[in-house]
Structure formats: C-alpha cells, structure tokens
Design a protein around this ligand. Structure first.
Ligand SMILES: CC(C)(COP(=O)(O)OP(=O)(O)OC[C@H]1O[C@@H](n2cnc3c(N)ncnc32)[C@H](O)[C@@H]1OP(=O)(O)O)[C@@H](O)C(=O)NCCC(=O)NCCS
Length: 117
C-alpha cells in the first residue's frame, strides 16, 4: 500500500514440486484512519492452516503504520466460517445491512476491530 494510496493487496504463494501456486489473497482500502477489508479468500484445499490470519495480520500491520486505527468489513450473515474467523481475531459486530448481498440474497454483518497503535 503506497503512502498516498487508497487500495492495497497481498497474495500468499506456496511452492509445490517446483510449481508456484497462489493460495490466498486480501484486498484492503484505507481511508483516513480506517482500514476496510474488501476481500479475503484462501483456496479451499489450503484453508485452516493460518493463511488468512497471516494475510490479515500483514494488511493490519501496514495499515497501522500508515495511520489506520480501526479495521472494518462486511460479511454475509450466513458465512459462519468467516464470522468465526473474525470473532477469533477480536472483531465485534458493529451493525448490519439488510439484503445487502445478491445471488443469493443475504444480509450483511458489519464487523470492526481496533488497531492498537
Ligand atoms: C474465511 C477464510 C478466509 C479463512 O481462511 P483460512 O486460511 O482457513 O483461515 P485461518 O487458517 O487463518 O484461520 C482459521 C480460523 O478460521 C475459522 N475457521 C476457518 N475454517 C473454519 C471451518 N471450516 N469451521 C469453523 N471455523 C473455521 C476458525 O476460527 C479457525 O481457527 P481454528 O483453526 O483455530 O479453529 C476462508 O475460509 C475463505 O476463503 N472463505 C471463503 C471466502 C470468505 O468467506 N472470505 C471472508 C469474507 S471477506
């Protein structure tokens, strides 16, 4: 994320038998002192190994260095795995947006966590 930039992204790679594989990515946006997670995903066969945790920690670390004091995101209300993932990392529910998602229709849960200076 450039100092004056708004968007940032990180990818996680693994090397298997000489082949480079993309296993996960995160996309964030920083606006003033808020960092927003726009997308975070890990390949199904690579989940539950801490990849998403590392990606989130890196994005938050750089966001903090650039002045972010809180992190925000929206997640489908039906996405129990993501809710558990963020809850385990200190996020709390800050609100919701009814019928925010399409295909399929779903409510959004807004989650936030403080970023310690
Ligand atoms: C949510 C997601 C990013 C987590 O990626 P991950 O690399 O598996 O996550 P990590 O290994 O860093 O963290 C694992 C933690 O997430 C939660 N979690 C992950 N998979 C889970 C599952 N199948 N059941 C319950 N909890 C789960 C748990 O808290 C778990 O901790 P634990 O292993 O100590 O119980 C991944 O499941 C994913 O890509 N989902 C589809 C996209 C998505 O929903 N993104 C989130 C919206 S932005």
């Amino acid at each position: 994320m450039a100092e004056s930039g708004i968007y940032g992204g990180w990818v996680s790679h693994e090397n298997h038998s000489g082949k480079d594989n993309l296993v996960g990515f995160i996309v964030v946006r920083r606006a003033a002192d808020e960092l927003e997670v726009l997308n975070l995903a890990v390949a199904p066969e690579c989940r539950r190994r801490g990849v998403a945790g590392l990606l989130l920690a890196e994005a938050v670390r750089e966001g903090r260095d650039l002045g972010a004091r809180s992190v925000w995101l929206e997640v489908r209300a039906s996405n129990e795995i993501a809710l558990k993932f963020y809850n385990a990392r200190g996020f709390r529910v800050a609100g919701g947006r009814p019928k925010y998602y399409r295909n399929p229709d779903d409510d959004a849960v807004t989650l936030t966590a403080a970023i310690e200076p």
